[in-house]
Design a protein around this ligand. Sequence first.
Ligand code: AMP
Ligand code: MG
Length: 476
Amino acid sequence: MTLHIPFDNSFARLPEGFAARHAPDPVPAPRLLAVNRPLAADLGITLPDDDDALARVFSGNALPEGAEPLAQVYAGHQFGGFSPQLGDGRALLIGEVAPQNGPRRDIQLKGSGRTPFSRMGDGRAWMGPVLREYLVSEAMQALGIPTTRALAAVATGETVQRETGLPGAVLTRVAASHLRVGHFEYFAARRDTPRLHMLLDYAIARHAPDAATPLDFLQTVIARQADLVAQWMSVGFIHGVMNTDNTSISGETIDYGPCAFLDSYHLERVFSSIDTGGRYGFANQAAILPWNMAQLASALIAAEPQGAAVLEAYTQAVHAMPTAIETAWLHRFGQKIGLARAAQSDRPLIDALLGLMMRDGADFTNTFRALSGADPAAARDQFLDRAAFDDWAGDWQARLRQEDDPAALMARVNPALIPRNHRVEAMIQAAVAGNMAPFQELSDALATPFADPGDAADLTRPPTAEEAVTRTFCGT
Ligand code: AMP
Ligand code: MG
């Protein structure tokens, strides 16, 4: 049986100038590492039971009928500096599906070979980042956080040269779209106003059909990104490389590179080896997103009639973002301590807990999970200064008397399981050695992060000093 995908490729129908048509480079020996059957079913794709056939499709060796592979062009601010042309350098959009019962989605191969936008890169990916993105993006989905998805991972049988030779792989990624802030920056920087308008019309139709103006569109993107960053922070997620080319228009988490999760809580935690200034550190994420939205605003202004009123309206929209993030943050963190609708007056209670956690190096996930459970002593054990925790817990209990069912709320929002960095690294090492069991074990457990972990209890354990991951890498 050959694989049938009901493609309907709207991006490929745009006029020239948005993408380069390009076929994937064949790989020597495709071997299926993982496939996401529930996601395929959601997309209206029936997968054959033949792993070899799936490996051929999801490596790019045998694209299904109707695929129109292309590399998108975009620009981006990388660590604050503008790169006027980036684009898909190691990925190809192969097409879109628009199932009856769900939104239109892109299907992309990542690691599929060089494209006209590869610059110095080899267009390939190795197994580590491919499996990390697969696992972490699916974990984010299970945590209820908007994200691109992973449909398949295939080993290529090719060695990819990084610091050392590593096994190559291709990820099949599914996204509400791959439109990034950088797409708008690309056309704005080139003063290509006709294409900027076309892109805007396309993005509005796909992602903000209620937006009547470019400014409405900007505000829709800002609202989504504000909620997204609050959700990231509420599970201790650090994206690690929030360049504007890695900031999506749809509001999904995209481009999992050196991402990591907090073990012990610290506002300034940074894992990414290239983020030497901490630009994309844990708490700074909330400050950088408005910066990224300012870049989107600057690009969109180029599509508007020039004038002080327009400038003022766009400025206001961006300046409103920190408050939107604060509101979203307060809502999420309020819920984490059992407050259904936290008010500004609850902020000191939340800050006091986080302050103690940071001072004592409490485990982020386990502290909130323990607070949600029947065993408050387990939360207390996270702290060195037990008396300070007890004081806080007294204030907290007093506040909780105004809530209906805080325990149920907290159990719903505080996961027992996150993809802990040391487990992800161990999973990658095992996979490289040919053992996919840790990948399967982690994937299975992370599919239900709010459930009692049962047999997977060891996955809730923070790393020992030897296990702790201190740096993460883009891995490109
Ligand atoms: P990233 O920040 O990792 O999402 O990548 C930034 C840019 O570098 C994008 O335009 C990528 O397509 C490109 N890139 C990253 N890795 C490679 C690679 N191995 N080969 C070609 N281009 C790459
Ligand atoms: Mg990227």
